[in-house]
Design a protein around this ligand. Structure first.
Ligand code: PLP
Length: 415
């Protein structure tokens, strides 16, 4: 990608942009929340809509000149409705966190109670971590995954819901490899007569393609990010029914945000159009097949997976038993050295700390976008294991780095 206009004004930023594009091409993006948006999405995000103020909603804007902004936002909304089957969609949240903020603002008062999965068990900051606004404004209690099985402890969730009497139960996670049983979460919410927010940030694409069951029609609110498995560029989205539509819209604007980032709304519209093409279902199924192939290879090489496998786009490795001397951070940096970019992650029952946790998380959404099939993902699993098994061996690193180079060259991201 050339950045001629940027280069003419600002060579330093142009160099960094080019270097970033090369970094993406020459490494394996296995951070499970990342993907590669298409050139069509990138073009929409870099369009003249970045100049337009469009406070309000289509047909009811505060400023003049919004006819094309309206058209783009209406397209994004109607495509989202088609993808996920929701009655009402708000495509304006700047991010997944702001989508969640919109839901909380719509229905909670400060001091109300949120019941969500513990962050170290796979939850998200915006589900009530003390450092996040949600943890500061609301009274938060957590449920957990069963440390033996790695699956959500639905029974424990139900008991906690009875005891804590939350106003909202949050499902949907950042580091959970298994299918989420939204019906069982709903039962726990019903016990407390609480709302249910299903935050499908990671699995928006899998849900749209029918590869993961949908919470739409079960949960009161469904939030998502638009840049992860759905591949529609950075941003957030909220889905709900007609009953809560006005409250959600008012909570996002003027409640939580000013004008929408209309260039990103355009990216969402384009990415959603791509996801409505029949190929997208095959893409989403391949993401999961690839994650299984990756996980099988890791297990065959002696690594342990939380829940012993995956139903989604990600695997979570717990290094404690197989590699007691190796932290997630050690593995992350050794792997970054050979061009495999993934992240250290806490594991259920974490015995170290969030800054120096015992696991690594790896996803296949971005690799699948650049054409990786199961065979190549199996090989990537073996390469990861070689490095984790021998993090200080320079020969191993050299060989793996060469193989990563070969895989990257064989799978161009952009033509
Ligand atoms: C990624 C993620 C989000 C959104 O994060 P942003 O960076 O704010 O877009 C929200 N919830 C969960 C569970 C996530 O994994």
């Amino acid at each position: 990608m050339d950045h001629d206009h940027v280069r003419a004004v600002d060579p330093a930023v142009a160099d960094a942009l080019s270097a970033e594009a090369s970094r993406q091409q020459n490494t394996l993006a296995m951070i499970a929340s990342e993907n590669h948006a298409s050139e069509a999405v990138l073009e929409a995000q870099g369009s003249a809509l970045t100049n337009k103020y469009a406070e309000g909603y289509p047909g009811e804007r505060y400023y003049a000149g919004c006819e094309f902004a309206d058209e783009v936002e209406r397209l994004a909304i109607s495509r989202a409705k088609e993808l996920w089957g929701a009655e009402h969609v708000n495509v304006q949240p700047h991010s997944g966190t702001q989508a969640n903020m919109g839901v909380y603002l719509a229905i909670l008062d400060p001091g109300d109670r949120i019941l969500s999965l513990d962050l170290t068990h796979g939850g998200h900051l915006s589900h009530g971590h003390p450092a996040n606004f949600a943890g500061k404004l609301y009274d938060v209690e957590h449920y957990e995954v069963d440390p033996e099985t790695g699956y959500v402890d639905y029974e424990g969730l139900r008991e906690t819901a009875e005891a804590f009497d939350p106003d909202i139960v949050v499902s949907g996670y950042s580091a959970y490899p298994r299918v989420v049983d939204f019906e069982r979460i709903q039962e726990a919410a019903d016990v407390a007569d609480a709302y249910h927010l299903a935050d499908i940030a990671h699995i928006t694409g899998l849900v749209a393609a029918g590869v993961h069951p949908s919470p739409v029609g079960i949960a009161d609110f469904v939030t998502g990010s638009t840049h992860k498995t759905i591949r529609a560029g950075r941003g957030g989205i909220i889905m709900t029914d007609d009953e809560h539509a006005d409250a959600i819209d008012a909570a996002i604007f003027p409640g939580a945000q000013g004008g929408p980032l209309m260039h990103n709304v355009a990216g969402k519209a384009v990415g959603f159009a791509e996801a409505l093409e029949p190929e997208f279902e095959a893409y989403a199924s391949r993401i999961v097949e690839n994650a299984r192939a990756l996980g099988d290879a890791l297990e065959a090489e002696g690594l342990s997976l939380v829940s012993e496998g995956t139903d989604t786009h990600l695997v979570l490795c717990d290094l404690r038993e197989s590699h007691p001397e190796t932290t997630g951070g050690d593995a992350e940096s050794a792997l970054q050295d050979v061009g495999i970019v993934l992240n250290k992650n806490t594991v259920p029952g974490e015995t170290r700390s969030p800054f120096n946790p015992s696991g690594i998380r790896a996803g296949t959404a971005a690799l699948t976008t650049r054409g990786f099939e199961a065979e190549a993902c199996r090989e990537v699993g073996e390469l990861i294991a070689h490095v984790v098994n021998d993090p200080d061996d320079a020969d191993v690193r050299g060989e793996v780095a060469e193989e990563v180079d070969r895989l990257c060259a064989a799978h161009p991201i952009y033509e």
